[in-house]
Design a protein around this ligand. Structure first.
Ligand SMILES: [Zn+2]
Ligand SMILES: [Zn+2]
Length: 227
């Protein structure tokens, strides 16, 4: 079957054995944004100006810090500090609260903003594929559904627009999958807990070894993710 280029990452994410294909996609978008920022965007002075203005959030500053390339981050931080220091010492008490409020706020962070806009587009694509492609509807049904925050984001993102009425089926399906998979996870956790009884030491894990981490992802999405 011929696939539109833009739908390939979605197909790939739904083939993965994951607790949430949207977490997976958001993680990929984040990763390529941070790489692109350090490799190219940081050299774009008008873009850097925007970053200096708004700043990255706490989570994304630390994610940038964990990258090997420290030069782009040093340039960014130096510009942010210069921005703060350009205010007179006497006005810092007035300037800093506003500055600090913006720095570290996910709503202002260019990385958070970029990811959120991609997630919105992915939700629209997913619902369109669900509507138009039987094969995708089957893949959707076989998946473990989304995490709780992404189920809510999906419902929110597709509830408006010209085809909102026909999107209801996909939203209902997403909530149904969520319920089924929360039940599956609670069963996995029960087995994980039971397995700590010495009498069951030799019983198989039945794939529940990582159920604690997967249950957390189902509840709150991947680490540091914002919705
Ligand atoms: Zn998710
Ligand atoms: Zn951020």
């Amino acid at each position: 079957m011929r696939q539109a280029l833009e739908t390939i990452p979605i197909w790939d994410a739904f083939q993965e054995n994951t607790e949430c294909p949207l977490c997976l996609l958001a993680g990929q978008v984040e990763n390529s944004f941070l790489t692109g920022y350090l490799e190219e965007l940081v050299m774009d002075s008008s873009y850097r100006k925007r970053v200096v203005q708004d700043g990255f959030c706490n989570d994304h500053l630390y994610k940038l810090l964990s990258r090997r390339d420290k030069l782009g981050l040093a340039l960014t931080l130096e510009s942010i500090l210069m921005g703060i220091l350009s205010s007179d010492a006497g006005t810092l008490d007035a300037v800093l609260p506003d500055k600090v409020q913006r720095l570290g706020q996910p709503s202002q962070c260019p990385a958070c903003e970029h990811i959120a806009s991609f997630v919105r587009q992915y939700c629209q694509l997913i619902v369109r594929m669900y509507r138009d492609e039987k094969e995708f509807r089957d893949a959707f049904a076989r998946s473990k559904g989304f995490c709780i925050p992404h189920t809510l984001a999906f419902a929110q993102n597709v509830k408006e627009g010209p085809r909102a009425g026909s999107n209801k089926e996909a939203v209902a399906h997403a909530f149904e999958l969520l319920r089924t998979n929360l039940e599956r996870l609670s069963g996995e956790l029960r087995w994980f807990i039971k397995k700590h009884d010495y009498r069951l030491a030799d019983a198989p894990w039945n794939g529940t070894e990582d159920s604690v981490a997967r249950a957390i992802q189902k509840l709150v999405g991947l680490r540091g993710m914002r919705f």
